[in-house]
Ligand binder design. Structure first.
Ligand SMILES: Cc1cc2nc3c(=O)[nH]c(=O)nc-3n(C[C@H](O)[C@H](O)[C@H](O)COP(=O)(O)OP(=O)(O)OC[C@H]3O[C@@H](n4cnc5c(N)ncnc54)[C@H](O)[C@@H]3O)c2cc1C
Length: 378
């Protein structure tokens, strides 16, 4: 594992830093709708300057950046406190999946509008009875005259209320073992047969939704990776979800830790030995996350695909982020949950960290079985 930047990588970082310095759009506005429009505009600006989907091949509008450059990009974006992009699921998962498993026609059709945020994507995997055990999902798709007819229910579908396309996994064969009967579709969200109902979160926002699908139509050319291969395509999606984020997340942790230290000072607790020890522990953990992210990157460079190590980083990040916001609440004292502050929001939002993108228990199973090679229980 060599963590020194080459002259080209330094040049890449400096160019990006300069661009971010000159183009940072400022603070995100309040309110779900206004914030989403702001993120769309920001993504368009990134895309116009060639900074969206930077690891995608140049022929599809990306920059053909190496994985190290991608990691530098995530670090710099976090360091500059740049806003989120609107089409995060399209960029992190949808695009890479179409590039890996799509036909030439699909690549021509779908990739560019992902980059420019013209078409927002969502991920329709989880169902009321199928989250961790995704392969047990029941939404069914039946072939009818060159089209698929889909009926079922999805839940926790982030950005479904903004999305044009849904990465939908449905059961197309009930007579084979559960992992083998799945197919991966791109479903057009703009049809009557798809009803989106927002779910309100503990933070007051509505990032995610329930999807009710009643005989939605999907043309056969919107199957990704071939009929019956949905499990394999879904795994590619999930590996990209965990691998792409680690570098940005660890920088965000470090920035938040700096803010936590300021808070401790402001509350007169910066000399308190217990608070100091807890902050030191969080710092050590954020360093371990940074090094693990580099280890994961080394693995990708050797094998070409993200490995199970991404699960370890995601688990460590969610534990550390939750511990950090809990410490901030302790420092602010008993009235902290009542104060409408950035830390209250972070504390409430961080509760989802150990569930979204795979629960901590499932990640522990993956690390035990696939990283440490421990025996499987089942
Ligand atoms: C903020 C947020 C955004 C999300 N966005 C999306 C999205 O866009 N698209 C999408 O498809 N889904 C999304 N999800 C859903 C998420 O992927 C699921 O919530 C997650 O996979 C867990 O599934 P579940 O909620 O059904 O819990 P379950 O699978 O029912 O698990 C319940 C509990 O049992 C534990 N458990 C289950 N199986 C095992 C096992 N084998 N070993 C040990 N423990 C186990 C779990 O860890 C958990 O604690 C989102 C979730 C959140 C919180």
């Amino acid at each position: 594992m060599d963590l020194t930047l080459s002259p080209q990588e330094q040049e890449f970082r400096d160019e990006l830093r300069e661009w971010l310095g000159a183009n940072h759009p400022g603070e995100e506005p309040q309110g779900d709708e206004a914030a989403f429009e702001f993120r769309k505009e920001w993504q368009r600006k990134l895309a116009d300057a060639g900074w969206a989907g930077i690891s995608w091949p140049q022929e599809y509008g990306g920059r053909g950046a190496t994985l190290i450059e991608q990691a530098i990009f995530n670090e710099e974006i976090a360091r500059a406190k740049a806003p989120q992009v609107a089409n995060v699921l399209g960029l992190v998962m949808g695009g890479p999946v179409v590039i890996a498993h799509g036909t030439d026609e699909q690549k021509q059709r779908y990739l560019k509008p992902i980059l420019t945020a013209e078409e927002i994507w969502c991920q329709g995997f989880s169902e009321p009875e199928s989250g961790s055990d995704l392969a047990s999902l029941k939404t069914k798709a039946v072939k009818d005259n060159g089209e698929w007819v889909v009926t079922g229910q999805k839940v926790w579908t982030t950005f479904a209320h903004e999305a044009k396309w849904c990465m939908l996994v449905a059961r197309t064969d009930f007579d084979v073992p559960k992992h083998k009967g799945l197919t991966y579709f791109l479903m057009d969200m703009e049809q009557e047969a798809v009803q989106v109902r927002p779910l309100r979160q503990i933070t007051g926002e509505s990032e995610f939704n329930e999807l009710f699908i009643e005989e939605a139509r999907i043309p056969d050319e919107n199957v990704i990776g071939g009929e019956g291969n949905g499990w394999m395509v879904a795994l590619t999606t999930l590996m990209h979800e965990r691998a792409g984020l680690a570098f940005g997340l660890q920088v965000q942790l470090k920035i938040a830790l700096g803010q936590l230290m300021e808070l401790a000072r402001a509350e007169g607790l910066d000399q308190d030995p217990v608070v100091r020890q807890k902050i030191a522990q969080l710092y050590i953990e954020s360093e371990a996350i940074r090094l693990n992210a580099s280890r994961g990157l080394t693995q990708i460079m050797k094998t070409g695909i993200p490995g199970p190590e991404g699960s370890l980083t995601k688990w460590m990040w969610s534990d550390t982020n939750q511990a950090m916001s809990e410490l901030a609440m302790d420092i602010r004292g008993p009235e902290a949950p009542l104060i409408d502050s950035d830390w209250t929001y972070r504390f409430l939002r961080s509760r989802a960290n150990s569930i979204e993108g795979g629960t901590t228990e499932i990640l522990k199973n993956i690390v035990a079985e696939r990283v440490l090679g421990l025996p499987r229980l089942r």
